[in-house]
Design a protein around this ligand. Sequence first.
Ligand code: SF4
Ligand code: SF4
Ligand code: SF4
Length: 389
Amino acid sequence: MKYPGFNLHIRLTTACNADCSYCSCESDVPSDRMLIDDLQKSLTFALDKFLPRTSEKTYCGAEVIGGEVMVLPTEYLKQAVEAIREVVGSKVERVDVGCQSNLIGSKKKIDALRGIIDEHSIGTSKDSFTNKRTVNGDADKYRELATKGANYLSEISGDTIGTVIVFDKDNIDKVVDEYRIAEKAQTRITIRPVFAGKHSIDYLEPKLLGKYWKELIDEWFVDGRTAVEPLMRMTKSMLGMRTAEVGCPYWRSCSANSLNIEPNGDIYTCQEMADVGAGKLGNAISGEWDDEMYLTLSKRQTNIDQECQQCQWYKYCQGGCMMESFTETGSFYSRPNNCMAWKVIFKSIDDNIKKYGEKVSINWIDKIEKLEDLRVDHSKSKFIEVVTQ
Ligand code: SF4
Ligand code: SF4
Ligand code: SF4
């Protein structure tokens, strides 16, 4: 069933049990968790401001994030998720609560997480090749502990665990290898270009991003048996299997479809905008809302770069990501540097659709989705999908 929905990220803490070098948030700065009273107050305030300014929403895909949720006491996390269900549930017909976790923790902690979060809504992150994801500076330790956690969750839930893989200049040449590993394990993956939030990164040239994603698309098309995001969404959109509103990061309507609350109550459009400190919408604890800023961000829906408006991929790309535009040029309306990569990627998908034909391509996507349904019960899957670093 489809609901007109929005994404809500609630960062309960920035504290983390890992120390990945490219982490986009302040995971290395001492951080308290958000008090439950403040959380309730923040949700009520932020949604009372946000919802009347958007088209009617009946669904909320909420996600609790960190930092790392595994560092939070179980009883606190339980109360936080209950508060989210209660407050958000009073504003929309349905709310699902998922989380993104590195799954580094004891079996007891993972059992508890599974008991609190909606089933099938826990995603994780990994990096099979570089030393960017670390625990106490040790990449092998991260891989060992995160794999152990994901395997255990998979064992008790019967699901394969959806995984985010961040690519920078050091591992982009491994994108096909990461895909092959996922294909073998039949794990849904989300590939995500790195961005600079609170820490420095090894910048990924758009030219390289385009080159290696093209290789991946050519290998995945029409033989892949596992979902690779955002390629799945892009392909479905280009095949007319879903509306042009393809979701983050190919949205020009982020301000109407996404909201993020920080542990100190700061409100942003999304966690990425929060990480780079762009477009703060107010503070939900002190009860401040910046309507002028909301209007400024909303204008991206129509105020889009000239080249984008004339671009053959505009319907699907929608001008790329506003956070990237802002960090690169200081404008919320410019064309991001990754434009060069998106052009290659959309063309590669289009070339493959032409090569295999629409019918074969649609049947192949249907097949992946059926296999996904067998691997994970999607009865609770979200209308709008979320990618996180
Ligand atoms: S990227 Fe995630 S797991 Fe790594 S330090 Fe940051 S919050 Fe923790
Ligand atoms: S600003 Fe970028 S990351 Fe944030 S919701 Fe929009 S497209 Fe997604
Ligand atoms: S591919 Fe580039 S020009 Fe085309 S819509 Fe996307 S960002 Fe704009």
